[in-house]
Design a protein around this ligand. Structure first.
Ligand code: MG
Length: 484
């Protein structure tokens, strides 16, 4: 029998009251920094996907969902299970097929779905699967919304629709075309077309295979792809678009005399650019560049970024008359702060760009167009343009640390890490443990998605950065060993 209104109300009341208890003990078991990311088979299975669909449908009390998946070998199967769960609660499910994550988020907003569901583990290794939910305003679910879903999931008290009240499945096939059209309408398409830049695109065998080459082709660019076939084994390279993983792209840009290299992660919510000389430009420098341009033409002066971005971003934004606000790591944290402050632009150093006037999800495609627009308008190479934003030496590393030890290790570091440095200017705990030094800074964060602790250091010289990293690494390693 379908739930009656009063039963539904009582049910919802019961669920919401019980989240407080259930949520506290189970929080973070399912959802991490960015939705759910788990190893398929050992940490996540189809029954969990089915129940997650039931939990979401219970939360929505029916409604309309749009569901898409990335290229992973497990994604379609997980999407099928999650869809079954949604249908069993009476939710109508529109299947959008394989899409970049931002396209799913954009579609959720423009087509007015109650929720967007993306089956993806972003840039994690191929054995991972994951799920991320998106709101009507194209913002990812907040930690509070995720906690509510997790509470329903854990309670196993799901809405059950009768045989004649089940949801139905539909399909939509035009999401990519609609997204491309919207991106083109927000950039100076004529300038980009006149410049006809030669661009090498490396989608890393991920979801952007279906979008970026066509978008830039439409804008008159001479497009060449590397790792351009969708493949969930990620045969071409590691999915994270870091400098060390982009060797093929860097070589191709340089050797073919291209103007720009463009690389994405597996689900294509990140973009990283490579200069004509084959140099990978850090995301925070590109955010600084686009922020400086945007600030020239705007009365809105706020730029939002995460704790791990370079100080060059603050300096550039200040010079352009703006101010920078820092948030914990994660694109949802940036999006939440962008919405709260009505900011002009948001971004993360890993290659996330948020253009709030467009929507609140990461928008790597418009970022690529904005970079091409600058190349066209300034009639300079990207390498020449980005030179205006200095690169401060940065060092990153990650140390293995079991998830159950992280809290203890971080608590211990609160004492031992500042004590290891003699010139501490400030201790910042917006996210993880950040220590500002008189020359440079160090940030130690437990990963929300992997069993590692990450250390990032920045300083005025390479030697200084190495010294900071050596000290930090020694202290963190010692605390992990003590805890284990
Ligand atoms: Mg991603």
């Amino acid at each position: 029998m379908p739930l009656t209104i009063s039963q539904k109300w009582v049910g919802n009341f019961f669920f919401r009251a019980s989240y407080a208890m259930v949520g506290v003990t189970l929080m973070a078991k399912l959802f991490g920094t960015t939705g759910i990311r788990k190893v398929y088979g050992t940490e996540f299975d189809l029954e969990m996907a089915l129940n997650l669909g039931k939990a979401l449908g219970t939360y929505l009390t029916g409604g309309n969902a749009v569901l898409a998946e990335d290229v992973r070998t497990t994604s379609r199967m997980v999407a099928d299970s999650l869809s079954a769960g949604l249908l069993s609660t009476g939710t109508i499910v529109t299947r959008a097929g394989m899409l970049p994550t931002p396209t799913l988020a954009f579609t959720t907003m423009t087509r007015g779905f109650d929720v967007g569901v993306m089956i993806t583990a972003s840039h994690n290794p191929p054995e991972y699967t994951g799920v991320k939910f998106w709101s009507k305003n194209s913002m990812g679910y907040t930690p509070e919304e995720e906690s509510t879903i997790e509470g329903i999931y854990s309670s196993h008290k799901f809405r059950v629709a009768a045989w004649d009240q089940l949801g139905s499945e539909k399909t939509v096939e035009t999401c990519v075309a609609e997204h491309i059209e919207a991106v083109i309408s927000r950039c100076d398409a004529e300038a980009i077309r006149r410049r006809a830049a030669k661009v090498i695109i490396d989608p890393g065998n991920g979801a952007s295979c279906v979008l970026t080459p066509y978008l830039l082709g439409n804008l008159g660019c001479k497009v060449i792809t590397v790792n351009g076939q969708p493949d969930g084994h990620f045969p071409g390279r590691v999915s994270e678009p870091d400098d060390e993983n982009l060797g093929d792209l860097k070589r191709m840009v340089k050797e073919t005399g291209a103007d720009l290299g463009v690389a994405h992660d597996g689900d294509s919510d990140r973009v990283v650019f490579v200069t004509e000389a084959g140099q990978v430009v850090r995301g925070d420098r590109t955010i600084a560049l686009l922020a400086a341009e945007a600030l020239k033409a705007s009365t809105n002066k706020t730029v939002v970024t995460t704790v791990d971005s370079s100080r060059v971003l603050d300096e550039t934004v200040e010079r352009a008359g703006g101010r920078t606000i820092r948030t914990p790591v994660g694109d949802i944290q940036v999006a939440m702060k962008v919405r709260e402050t009505g900011a002009l632009l948001g971004g993360e150093a890993c290659g996330v760009f948020i253009f709030p006037e467009f929507h609140l999800a990461p928008e790597p495609f418009l970022a690529a167009c904005k970079v091409l627009e600058l190349i066209a308008r300034k009639n300079q190479s990207f390498g020449e343009i980005i030179r205006a934003i200095p690169e401060y030496p940065l060092s990153k590393t990650k140390l293995d640390c079991r998830n159950d030890l992280k809290t203890h290790v971080m608590a211990a570091l609160r004492e031992s890490l500042p004590a290891a440095f003699t010139n501490v200017a400030d201790v910042v705990t917006v996210d993880g443990l950040g220590i500002s030094l008189k020359q440079g800074w160090v940030l130690v964060r437990p990963s929300g998605t992997e069993p590692v602790i990450r250390i990032t250091c920045e300083g005025p010289t390479r030697q200084r950065v190495q010294t900071i990293m050596r000290k930090a690494k020694a202290v963190v390693t010692a605390e992990i060993q003590t805890a284990g």
